[in-house]
Structure formats: C-alpha cells, structure tokens
Design a protein around this ligand. Structure first.
Ligand SMILES: C[S@@+](CC[C@H](N)C(=O)[O-])C[C@H]1O[C@@H](n2cnc3c(N)ncnc32)[C@H](O)[C@@H]1O
Length: 307
C-alpha cells in the first residue's frame, strides 16, 4: 500500500486505499489488529437509498431488527481488525416512524425517476412502536454493540449550530444533533487527552474536553448526499491516533475520514459498496490532500486485487 504521490498538505507520507466492496467482505481481507482507529458514519435506518438496490446495502432493511443485526455483524468484524488499544467512533442519527406515509422525497442527488429515487420507500412502523414515535436507533445500536463485547465509553453529542429546521414540524423541538459513540476493544486504549483541551467556560485557561461538540455541517457539493464534516473526523482522529497510524472507515462515502486522516499524517483504508462513491472519494481525497488512493476489489477467489 503506497500512495503514488506525496501528500501536498501533510508532513508525513500517508497512504490511502479504498476497497470497492461490501464492508463485511472487505474487512475479511484485512489482518487482525491492523487498524488503529475506526471513524465512521453508517447509513441510518430507512433514511435513503445509496445504491440502485444492491442487496448488501445497509440501511434499507425493511425491519429495524435486521438493520441492528447487520450493523452488529459489521462492527463485530471491525473489532477483529482493530488494534487492541484502538477506538471506534460511531456517528449515528435517529429518525421517527413514518406516521403512515409510504414514500420519501428523493434527495437532490437521486432524482425521483432514478432507481435510487424509486427505492425511497419508508419501512413500516417497527413492532412495539407507534405512529410518530422517535425510533431510538442510536441507543439500540449502541446497546447491541455493548452486548456484543464492545466497551461503550462515551456518548458524544454532535451539535450542529447551523442545522436547518425540518419542514412541517410544529409539535416537537427541531432535532439539531446526532450521536458519536466512542467504543473500545479493551479496558485500556489510546486516548490523547491533551488533544481535547478546550477554553474553560470562564474563558480563563483550559479544561478537559467535554462531550457536546459544536461542529457546523458542511454543504460542499461532493456528489454524495450525506457528507460528514471533516472537522468531526479530525477531532476523533487526533484524540485516538498518532502520526503514522492507520484509520479505517467501513462506510467511506465521499472519503471524509480519509481526508482528515491523511491531512493529519495518518494512513487511510476504507471500504465502500458503491462504485460511484469510490470514484467521488478518490477524486475528493486527491483534491483535498494531494494523495492518490489505491483502489482494490475482491476477485472471484476472494482475494484482494488492485482494480
Ligand atoms: C452515511 S454515508 C457515509 C458518508 C461519509 N461519512 C462521508 O462523509 O462522505 C454511508 C455510506 O455507506 C455506503 N454503504 C452502504 N452499505 C454498505 C455496505 N454494505 N458496505 C460498504 N458501504 C456501504 C453507502 O454507499 C454510503 O456511501
């Protein structure tokens, strides 16, 4: 794994590899303990379709329990490839039951006539929930991962100061946050406490980092509908990795985690199901870090090969 060009922006020579594959299959090709930290945002349940109906896509399961089972299996494998002192930062947002509506409005990237646009069916209300109930997906996932063996160490609230209100909602507060769960493989792990220091509330001196992070959303036109702010990945990477470490993202999307990692002198490995998003991530990583990614895929013999 060697970047074919040196990063223009980071001091060290980080490498970037994107595996065009389902996250679970891609991780099977990686060695035990081979990544130092995982920073990721999986598809949220029932929110949008990212592919043209790929059956391995996460988030489109008709049943909430199936989504939680799939996510748990993926992060079970992620724990195997994570170093014993590694940390997983898992960004996940919530949603509401459909209230009886059957379809969604396609986003501005998947037109309503495309296969992706047509895949916008809302799942039925999960058993035990009612119309308009908040789903509680982030905590259901966090508790499932804890039961699977992860140490649940923090529930960071990512507060979005510039969040636009959702239309036609007059009977509850607008939601302007998501969760970023911090999960570890072991009791002891790498944590660079000094990277979290922030100005104290009085403005005099510094204090240990807190668990509500104010980070504006970014509205870059990347061609991907759900881009995480680079600043969010940057903060996680600083807290739990050092220069030269390897950061992994099973749901690479437009490559945000890779950009933050490479610009901090770390290496990046990611998996991504959609070929379109692999291309978008490679181009974006090149534009924002100067690093050319190696694209790999899994051949019919289940071997990882350069694409
Ligand atoms: C919320 S987006 C990630 C966005 C990313 N953090 C960014 O900033 O661009 C989730 C991504 O997971 C991908 N995905 C869905 N199912 C997958 C699977 N089984 N394996 C790998 N990637 C998958 C989708 O194509 C989508 O790009």
């Amino acid at each position: 794994m060697k970047a074919s060009s040196q990063s223009l922006f980071s001091e060290t020579d980080g490498s970037s590899t994107i595996i065009h594959a389902d996250a679970l299959a891609g991780m099977k090709s990686l060695n035990d303990g081979s990544v130092n930290s995982i920073i990721t945002s999986p598809p949220y349940w029932g929110l949008r379709a990212y592919t043209n109906g790929d059956t391995l896509e996460i988030g489109i399961e008709p049943k909430l329990n199936a989504y939680i089972d799939n996510i748990t299996s993926i992060f079970h494998e992620a724990r195997r490839i994570l170093a014993d002192d590694g940390v997983l930062w898992l960004n996940i947002g919530d949603g509401f039951t459909s209230g009886g509506r059957k379809t969604r409005i396609p986003d501005n990237i998947a037109s309503k006539n495309s296969a992706r646009g047509k895949a916008y069916n809302r799942p039925d209300t999960p058993e035990g929930l009612k119309k308009k109930d908040m789903l509680g997906v982030p905590w259901r996932v966090a508790l499932a991962l804890q039961a699977d063996g992860w140490y649940l160490r923090a529930d960071v609230i990512w507060h979005k100061p510039n969040q636009m209100p959702t239309g036609n909602i007059y009977d509850r507060p607008q939601v302007d946050y998501e969760h970023v769960f911090m999960l570890t493989k072991s009791l002891k792990y790498k944590y660079n406490i000094e990277e979290g220091y922030e100005r104290s509330a009085t403005g005099v001196g510094y204090r240990q980092g807190r668990s509500i992070w104010d980070i504006p959303t970014e509205s870059k036109k990347t061609g991907h509908p759900a881009v995480m702010p680079v600043a969010l990945a940057d903060k996680c990477i600083r807290l739990t990795t050092n220069e030269g470490d390897t950061v992994f993202d099973p749901f690479t999307g437009s490559g945000t985690t890779g950009i933050a990692a490479l610009n901090l002198g770390r290496n990046f490995i990611g998996t991504e199901l959609s070929g379109d998003f692999v291309s978008i991530a490679c181009n974006r990583i090149h534009d924002e870090t100067g690093v050319d990614s190696t694209i790999e895929e899994i051949n019919s013999d289940n071997e990882l090969v350069i694409k």
